[in-house]
Each structure stands twice: as C-alpha cells, then as structure tokens.
Design a protein around this ligand. Structure first.
Ligand code: ATP
Length: 311
C-alpha cells in the first residue's frame, strides 16, 4: 500500500481543477461563467439598436432587471410580446438572450419554438403536448435558468400551451423541479391592429408618439388576446390566471424608423450608411392606413433584402 503523498494528491487535484476550468471554458455550462445578466448591456442595446419602441424598451428593461435581481422569484418570468409584423419582437428576444447568455440565441439553454415549424399538424396535438412538456421539464432540470421562446403564438393550436401551464405558475416545485428561474417569452401579432389604432389616434390628435404609455396600450392588447378564440393563449387561460407577468406592446413603425433600420443594416454590412439610398427605399415601401400612409406594412422586416435593389 503506497500512501498518497500530499504533492501527488495536489497534483491530481490540480489537473482535475484545470481540466474542469478548461471544460467550462470550452463548453457551455449552466453557471455564471456562461449565464450572467448584464442590465447595462441590455439598456445600451435597446437604446442604440431598437427603433421606435419606447414603451417596449422600457417595459422589457424594467421587468427583466427586477426579475433577474430577485434572488427568490415566486414564479418563472413570463413575457408576452405583441405587435404588428416586423416591429422587433424577435429582435428584442434576441437582445434579451444576449444580455443573459454568453452565446445569445446560440446558447444550448435557449429554446425557440415556432408554431408552423415545430407543431405543424393539428392531428398530432396530443403528441406535441407531451413532447413539449417533457422538453421543458428536461431542460429546466438540466439548467434552471433556461429560456423558452414561443414564436407565432397566434398560430399555435389552442390547448398546446395548456400542457406547460403548471410550469408557469407559482409552485415551489413540481415533481422535484423548480421552474422559478426559467424565462418564457411568447411572441404574437395579436393586438397589433388595436395598438396601431391607438398610435393613429395619438397622431390624429396631434400628440407625440413618445407620449404613448403602457397603460394606453395594455387594454388594447389584453382584450384582443382574450377575444381571439383561435389564439394559442385562449385555452390556456393564461390571462385569467395572471400567469403572464407583462404584456409588451410593439408600436407600428413609421417611415423614419424604416430609414433608421436601413442605415443600421448598411452599417452592419460594413457599407457607409447613405441617407438618400435608404430614404428612397423607405418611400417605396407600403404604408397603412391607405389615406394617412403612416405605418410600414412590413415594418423593418424586409429591409435587408430590399436594400440590395437600392445600393
Ligand atoms: N424596432 C426595430 N428596431 C430595429 N430593428 C428592427 C425593428 N423591428 C424590426 N427590426 C429589424 O427587422 C428584423 C425583423 O424583425 P423581427 O423579426 O424582430 O420582427 P417581428 O416583430 O418579430 O415580426 P413577426 O411578427 O412577423 O415575427 C429584425 O431582425 C431587425 O433587424
């Protein structure tokens, strides 16, 4: 029997320690080396990269900072982002992930579901429900600070979200798993038209867009979500049960925001931003309502492909 000498022990322990360090350096792990919320980064990104969304920007920053700084949240964070197409809902989700996960959307702890891609067949609803439940449970067990983004909520079959409803609730744990560190983000166009009506009303009254507050839009959003029986929210009664922490309204974008998006797109491609080119492109796009031509029908969504014709 050879007693292990102190130096040999520390040698082995040292190699183990270094190995562990190297592993954590190379592979994403569920700890603060890879997952750390940076509120100032989020604030900066929202201020500099997101155009025309003063309400959404404020609500997202406040809610996320409050939740992430709370060591004992009573439930997982549930955000529901609403608005017209191309107004920045996916983009904001991306900025949120980048402020928490070192790898942003590429993180293995961020899970994106799209109704049409992941749950396309109505007849498979029961299987989807089971799979979704297992996926969420399995991933939160692996990493409590997991994020789940559900895009196209209005195309999600009513009933699907039912299966994960218990996970969004105030339980301390379910079958030994606590969901309180998890973040759920729902994206949908529901409420987009009503939000546009409010924005148009402000414009008609000669009021500044920046005067619009969350309270002016909240009712518009919750009512349209509540009244839409087709919506994936309907069956799950997330509204009745107050499981959604905040509804984040996205305003329809105006020509000046489309121009900002165009300039940002040019800069991101390493091209000198050209105001004339971008304005020409922005003016050729479609706007609604027909008479006022105030809001971009496709928001900033098609900018990157459109720009190619004008450069
Ligand atoms: N408000 C905005 N500020 C800056 N860029 C934006 C904004 N809105 C959209 N964009 C740009 O347009 C792209 C498409 O927008 P995004 O996918 O976020 O729209 P969406 O609201 O999720 O649309 P949909 O409802 O159709 O899914 C983004 O990747 C971003 O580059």
């Amino acid at each position: 029997f050879e007693p292990v000498t102190t130096s040999a022990f520390f040698g082995v322990a040292g190699v183990g320690y270094l190995g562990n360090k190297l592993y954590k350096y190379l592979f994403e792990t569920c700890d603060d080396q890879w997952i750390r919320f940076n509120s100032s980064n989020l604030e900066l990104a929202l201020n500099q990269k997101l155009f025309g969304q003063h309400v959404a920007s404020r609500v997202v920053l406040k809610t996320l900072t409050g939740y992430m700084n709370n060591p004992n949240p009573k439930k997982p964070l549930v955000l529901s982002l609403h608005g017209w197409t191309g107004t920045g809902k996916n983009f904001v989700s991306q900025l949120i992930t980048e402020s928490i996960y070192h790898k942003g959307m590429q993180s293995g702890f961020v899970h994106l579901f799209t109704a049409t891609a992941h749950f396309p067949h109505q007849k498979h609803l029961e299987i989807y429900k089971e799979q979704l439940q297992m996926w969420v449970k399995g991933n939160v067990t692996k990493c409590p600070r997991s994020m789940f983004i559900f895009d196209e909520m209005d195309k999600m079959q009513a009933g699907l979200i039912d299966s994960i409803k218990p996970y969004l609730d105030y339980y301390e744990n379910l079958d030994g798993v606590s969901y309180r560190q998890a973040i759920f983000i729902f994206l949908s166009n529901a409420g987009g038209e009503k939000i546009a009506e409010v924005a148009l009303d402000f414009w008609n009254k000669g009021r500044d867009r920046e005067e619009i507050e969350l309270k002016d839009l909240e009712m518009a959003v919750t009512l349209s979500v509540f009244n839409n029986k087709q919506s994936g929210f309907w069956h799950a009664n997330l509204i009745d049960k107050n499981l959604v922490d905040v509804y984040v309204p996205f305003l329809p974008l105006e020509l000046k925001h489309v121009v900002q998006c165009g300039l940002a797109e040019m800069a991101s491609r390493g091209i000198d931003p050209d105001q004339d080119v971008v304005e020409r492109m922005a003016k050729d796009m479609n706007y609604f309502p027909k008479e006022e031509r105030l809001f971009a029908t496709q928001g900033c969504k098609v900018i990157s492909s459109r720009l190619d014709y004008y450069i």
